[in-house]
Write a protein that binds this ligand. Structure first.
Ligand SMILES: Cc1cc2nc3c(=O)[nH]c(=O)nc-3n(C[C@H](O)[C@H](O)[C@H](O)COP(=O)(O)OP(=O)(O)OC[C@H]3O[C@@H](n4cnc5c(N)ncnc54)[C@H](O)[C@@H]3O)c2cc1C
Length: 395
């Protein structure tokens, strides 16, 4: 492993600048739609395989084992790594999902361009009436020779404003139970019939969109997995999302030393209430990092992401909110003028962490059923055909 570490370091040294002492942590793209820094970083790593180490060689990675991926992550911490938010759906969700479910020709076509940042992907899952109940989606895919015609609406599509492709879930058969009638596709957003409309978020993000599909054409060659296997594709993607949005995402933002510095600067570091709140944040952050360690160990042992991702997501969302709310109180009225750079943006982003990638309530259901062994949620829609469900008749 030491040889591997040395090799990684040597590669990174020739391709990236060292991390600056004053470098800010990622803000999940919040408030910024700058694509260039991420693309330049991915291009700098092109040919080394270190942007996507776990991917096979032929698709831009080095086929690294989980423990080697951990070494790459550790070594990257010493270098200047920009916020990769714009590229994360491709790198962390669609990439691994394609490696699991895609055909070799699809992987060869799509993965290398994801790895270099040439193509940005988004996730076309949620719909106005299908968010938590994702399998209740009603966008239709109708087979038409070698193509499919897609009609419907997606919403809350992050990165839609600049994405080239979307991992699309659509219903090809409404006469079977809802989970069985879904098929997945890689949709080219530049095709006729795809209308991407902006939605602006309260943190300033402008990449958020709703996507209208009006007889949009998708080649059957761009179908991911078998017809009717879309739900399995979605579950794979969502399991990577829970892992990514917690372990790699929010935890990196919770730099408690920043809060301590802020408390000192505002003369509040002797305040017992503030000290108590900071101590709680330290404890919770530490507990979350232990869970993340356990999850990584399980991944190293070859187990796919499990319900620990849900636990981390709940804790991460609560921590994110508590952290930014405390920062806002410490800064006081000046906070509205955002004198501390990204803190206001983080504060305005925090509530969304409880919703995106599956709400807190849904994560609690998963923990209740899969970890605590509680009785399953009543689900009457597992066996009835989709078109006989009460809600679907109105769609
Ligand atoms: C910032 C952000 C980015 C997003 N990015 C994307 C994206 O890129 N692509 C994409 O496809 N989607 C995206 N989403 C959508 C996100 O996945 C959905 O918002 C989320 O799954 C919740 O769905 P919903 O908004 O339809 O709420 P609903 O499902 O209507 O839920 C409403 C409320 O009811 C609760 N609830 C629902 N069902 C249950 C239940 N069974 N038990 C207990 N409580 C329940 C929920 O927790 C919630 O509080 C994003 C959302 C946000 C906020």
């Amino acid at each position: 492993m030491d040889d591997f570490r040395e090799w990684v370091r040597a590669q990174l040294r020739t391709r990236l600048a060292p991390r600056r002492a004053d470098a800010r942590t990622s803000v999940l793209g919040a408030g910024s739609d700058d694509l260039e820094a991420g693309r330049a970083y991915l291009r700098a790593l092109e040919g080394s395989g270190l942007a996507v180490p776990s991917w096979p060689h032929e698709y831009g990675g080095i086929g690294a084992r989980p423990e080697q991926v951990a070494v790459v992550r550790r070594e990257l911490a010493d270098f200047d790594v920009p916020d990769l938010y714009a590229y994360l759906v491709g790198l962390e969700l669609v990439g691994p999902t394609l490696i699991t479910h895609g055909r070799p020709d699809q992987c060869a076509r799509w993965l290398p361009k994801i790895a270099t940042g040439e193509d940005i992907w988004c996730q076309l899952f949620s719909e106005p009436a299908a968010g938590s109940d994702l399998a209740g989606l009603s966008t239709r895919a109708t087979r038409d020779g070698d193509e499919w015609r897609v009609n419907g609406q997606k919403v809350w599509t992050s990165r839609g404003a600049y994405a080239r492709f979307g991992l699309l879930l659509a219903r090809h058969d409404a006469s079977v139970p809802k989970h069985r009638g879904i098929t997945a596709f890689g949709l080219d957003l530049h095709r006729p019939g795809v209308d991407v409309r902006p939605l602006r978020q309260m943190n300033g993000d402008a990449h958020f969109t709703e996507v209208f599909l009006d007889d949009a054409r998708v080649d059957d060659a761009d179908r991911i997995g078998e017809v009717g296997e879309g739900w399995r594709v979605a579950l794979t993607c969502l399991s990577y999302e829970r892992g990514a949005s917690t372990a790699g995402g929010t935890s990196g933002l919770l730099d408690v030393t920043r809060l301590i510095a802020l408390a000192r600067e505002r003369g509040r570091d002797d305040d017992p209430v503030i000290r108590d709140e900071i101590a709680r944040l330290v404890i919770e952050t530490r507990v979350m990092s232990y869970t993340a360690h356990r999850a990584r160990d399980l991944a190293r042992a070859g187990r796919p992401p499990g319900p620990e991702g849900s636990g981390m997501k709940i804790r991460g969302a609560a921590l994110f909110k508590a952290y930014t709310a405390l920062a806002a109180r410490l800064i006081g009225a000046d906070f509205t003028l955002d004198p501390h750079g990204d803190m206001q943006t983080l504060f305005l982003t925090a509530p969304s962490i409880s919703i995106r990638g599956g709400t807190d309530e849904i994560q609690r259901n998963i923990v209740g059923e899969r970890v605590l062994g509680l009785a399953d949620e009543p689900r009457l829609d597992r066996t009835l055909p989709f078109d006989q469900l009460p809600a679907s008749s109105a769609r």
